[in-house]
Design a protein around this ligand. Structure first.
Ligand code: HAM
Length: 432
């Protein structure tokens, strides 16, 4: 390769979206937006560039090493956001006095993380953020989960395709305390346990030792991770602390939504971000072939941490990469293309003005229309528009104009309809 060779690939981990990729992306965005609206969430957005300081202080620890940071020309320390949650906290803290709580907000946020590239992980992704701020009850967890599961259903993924695994950091903390593992060790223990299944258990052991746990603690931690149900957790705890009650309450609330079969308790879900304080969850395809589809939980201290008044909060991030892989794997929801209603072609330059007028008249009735930009043979026109992206085709030749009517071909069921020209034509253009 010479130094003058052009590289056509996007920078490693970054993404280009050709029209067929946009069809998939738009189908996913449409499902996210529709679900959020159906559940009464209001959309917000914010700048992709954030202050590095906010991100460093408030992003999950896991993310801090992955931040794309830079200085602007005045030496400000800035970064491309790796996640939306610190920004959401900033927006709410800035207007806290004027907002009505609980608020339900969603965003479609482009995020950047300098990650080790693997399946389901890129350095740029879009993330649907769904958050409820100001609601301390478990109803908030149930609502964001029901909404995210609704989006999965809109994309054709049901109970036998994907489910939510959930746990509670407060419950895990109670279990650790029961085994005399002091609270000071909990944050590092959570982060180590989040890595289970991703790295060998020997590595987890090393991480736990670094966090200050001794051999007896290690044995207890692995015993805790073997807990399979809330009943087992209750037996270990020899009682029903608030954390266990809350975890049971979520199961009951999800039943009210008719979604019991979509969630399961899984003590192994801890999450890698430090700011979660209660319920945590991750959704996976049922065969666990892919990375997490979405993840989130309760983060009751973040608002206070960015300098706002204390406010409870729950939310989730749902990326576009894993869901696109899963949909492709399942062949769902089939064809993502947005079909055009009509394509219009013409044989000779003299028919162009009428073709344009028909196209405009149809657009004014709300139809989507692609008008040819130059004359072409019928063979070329029908070969071009007959590839499945168009419902109907209208081709103008001199005979049609003489007859005063045009033939509209339905490309899906191969029927033809004759329509008088005066019905679909806008008035002639004024002479120049
Ligand atoms: P997270 O688990 O880091 O949480 O990311 C949420 C989701 O974003 C993941 O489950 C995955 O779908 C997607 N995602 C994350 N990183 C990548 C990547 N490098 N490539 C492709 N997809 C990715 C958060 O970001 C939290 N801020 C979510 C949240 C909102 N918690 C409360 N509110």
């Amino acid at each position: 390769m010479t130094s003058e060779t052009l590289h056509f690939e996007a920078p490693r981990g970054m993404r280009d979206f050709y029209p067929e990729d946009m069809d998939v992306r738009n189908a996913i965005f449409a499902a996210w937006t529709r679900a959020a609206r159906q559940f009464g969430f209001a959309q917000y957005d914010a700048c992709v560039v954030e202050s590095l300081d906010l991100l460093k202080r408030k992003s999950g620890e896991e993310i801090i090493d992955q931040i794309y940071a830079f200085q602007d020309k005045s030496g400000r320390e800035l970064a491309l956001r790796p996640e939306m949650t610190p920004t959401l906290a900033r927006l709410i803290a800035a207007r806290q006095g004027g907002l009505t709580f609980p608020l339900k907000w969603f965003a479609l946020a482009q995020c950047f993380r300098y990650e080790r590239m693997s399946r389901g992980r890129k350095r740029e992704h879009y993330q649907w953020n769904l958050d409820i701020v100001g609601e301390p009850s478990l109803a908030a967890e149930a609502e964001v989960l029901a909404c995210a599961l609704h989006a999965l259903s809109l994309l054709g993924l049901e109970a036998n395709d994907a489910r939510v695994h959930f746990s509670n950091r407060a419950l895990l903390a109670d279990l650790l305390l029961k085994f005399n593992i002091p609270a000071a060790h909990h944050p590092a223990t959570f982060l180590a346990l989040d890595k289970r299944g991703k790295i060998p258990d020997e590595e987890i052991t090393k991480l736990l030792k670094t966090a200050g746990l001794d051999d007896s603690h290690l044995e207890s931690v692995f015993k805790i991770t073997g807990i399979q149900s809330l009943d087992q957790a209750q037996a270990v705890l020899e009682g029903t602390p608030a954390s266990l009650l809350a975890t049971r309450t979520l199961t009951a609330l999800m039943a009210d939504y008719g979604l019991s079969d979509r969630i399961r308790f899984d003590i192994g879900v801890v999450r890698g971000l430090g700011y979660y304080t209660g319920i945590v969850f991750e959704a996976f395809d049922v065969d666990k072939k892919f990375r997490a589809i979405f993840g989130g939980g309760r983060y009751d201290r973040l608002l206070e941490d960015v300098g706002g008044k204390p406010l409870p909060a729950v939310g989730l991030g749902f990326g576009d990469v894993v869901i696109a892989e899963l949909l492709a794997d399942k062949g769902k929801p089939g064809d993502h293309r947005e079909r055009l209603d009509m394509a219009i072609g013409f044989m000779e330059d003299s028919q162009q003005p009428i073709a344009v007028q028909i196209a405009q008249a149809l657009r004014l009735t709300g139809k989507t229309v692609e008008g040819a930009l130059h004359a072409e043979k019928p063979r070329h026109f029908f070969a071009r528009v007959g590839k499945g992206g168009v419902r109907q085709a209208l081709y103008l030749g001199p005979d049609d104009l003489a007859r005063g009517s045009v033939r509209v071909k339905d490309l899906e069921n191969r029927t033809e309809t004759e329509i008088p020209l005066n019905v679909i034509r806008t008035p002639e253009r004024a002479s120049p």
